[in-house]
Design a protein around this ligand. Structure first.
Ligand SMILES: NC(=O)c1ccc[n+]([C@@H]2O[C@H](COP(=O)([O-])OP(=O)(O)OC[C@H]3O[C@@H](n4cnc5c(N)ncnc54)[C@H](O)[C@@H]3O)[C@@H](O)[C@H]2O)c1
Length: 335
């Protein structure tokens, strides 16, 4: 591989803007060759962000054939996954994909098989794994037993239904808040406590007047059982503006851990009264992007902390929660 990595984007909306702004556009070894989006104006806006580099497309396959990227960023809403990945896998290209990797498990399984078949380098946008706070807690957990955790994403919900909020509030487009957003916490739960075996979930509905197209739950509570015997309760709400936020509290045999905020700053209390505080980093997308680009250059994993397989496993948990909300049953995770 040459010193530069040529990358192309499928989906060029809000999250791409954030990746570029947080550092990707400053990477000296990255060249932007293509921007694909159903909405040409959105693709144009991203192209402007990098001083006009790259060509605009509305067809992903055509872009891949004409621009011949070394790697692809797949930055699509949950409902749009599948065909884009097929085009990328057909060409045996490494890819970075935003969470959630799919809205349903069959799609995620099919893509995972393609990734495995060609042994592709992949990275999933679970950026919280790259934080010093998370790494420190993971290290400490190696010397003790995990016990319980609770946490989630709480907010007041969209004020207007434009941009991402148009698809976000439609269950058949976003998969609901637990799959679309709280999946970051599902992934952290797995990363810190290990594999999940069973899921039980309860939906909360009809707390507010909503338009007809608002079909996601107002809130949900999801109970996870881990293979090692620990347990978690993860919640989501888009109906509770007061005291809202992102949090995860963990208890293990020898410590209590409190992650707070999107940046996952942490306060750790250890036995003997010792306390550790670690602030969250502001530019975390740049770190996961650096690991991905370095891996593409090396032709092997050079610091990627979550691969497509992690995306598949988190999706399996979220889909089990959706199934449990519908059936009222506890769902076993079988992958
Ligand atoms: N890691 C994070 O913290 C984080 C933050 C925000 C969003 N995301 C994720 O990123 C994904 C995209 O979110 P967003 O905020 O960029 O949404 P967005 O709606 O701003 O952008 C998505 C873009 O994809 C385009 N698109 C849809 N279907 C397409 C197709 N078949 N081919 C080409 N383009 C298509 C749309 O026109 C739109 O411009 C979501 O899954 C979301 O969960 C992750």
């Amino acid at each position: 591989m040459a010193n530069n990595v040529n990358i192309a984007f499928i989906g060029s909306g809000g999250i791409v803007q954030s990746h570029l702004d947080q550092g990707l556009k400053e990477f000296e070894d990255v060249k932007f060759v293509g921007w694909c989006d159903l909405n040409e104006r959105t693709a144009q806006a991203r192209r402007q962000q990098v001083d006009g580099q790259g060509r605009i497309y509305t067809d992903a396959g055509k872009m891949l054939d004409e621009t011949k990227p070394d790697a692809v960023y797949i930055m699509l809403p949950p409902f749009a996954h599948g065909p884009a990945e097929d085009e990328v896998i057909k060409r045996k290209l490494p890819f970075f994909i935003e969470k959630p990797v799919a809205i349903d498990l069959d799609t995620a399984r099919r893509i995972a098989e393609g990734v495995e078949k060609y042994n592709l380098i992949t990275s999933v946008g679970f950026m919280t794994r790259y934080r010093k706070s998370v790494q420190r807690v993971r290290e400490l957990l190696k010397k003790q037993k995990p016990v319980i955790m609770h946490g989630g994403w709480l907010g007041g919900g969209p004020v207007e239904y434009e941009g991402i909020w148009k698809w976000w509030v439609q269950k058949d487009k976003s998969g609901g808040q637990f799959l679309e957003q709280t999946i970051h916490t599902i992934d952290l739960a797995r990363y810190l406590f290990g594999e999940v075996t069973r899921v039980y979930a309860v939906a909360v509905k009809e707390r507010r007047q909503r338009p007809d197209f608002f079909t996601i739950e107002d809130a949900s509570m999801v109970q996870l059982s881990f293979a090692n015997g620990a347990a978690a309760n993860l919640y989501s709400s888009c109906t509770t503006p007061i005291g809202a936020g992102i949090l995860l509290h963990i208890w293990a045999t020898e410590m209590k851990v409190e992650f707070t905020g999107w940046e996952h700053s942490v306060r750790i209390q250890l036995s003997g009264g010792e306390e550790i505080s670690i602030p969250g980093e502001p530019n975390i997308f740049a770190q996961e992007d650096r690991a991905f680009i370095d891996s593409v250059k090396a032709g092997k994993n050079k610091g990627i902390l979550s691969t497509y397989e992690d995306g598949l496993k988190a999706t399996a948990i979220a889909c089990a929660a959706n199934e449990s909300m519908n059936s009222g049953e506890t769902i076993k995770i079988n992958l």
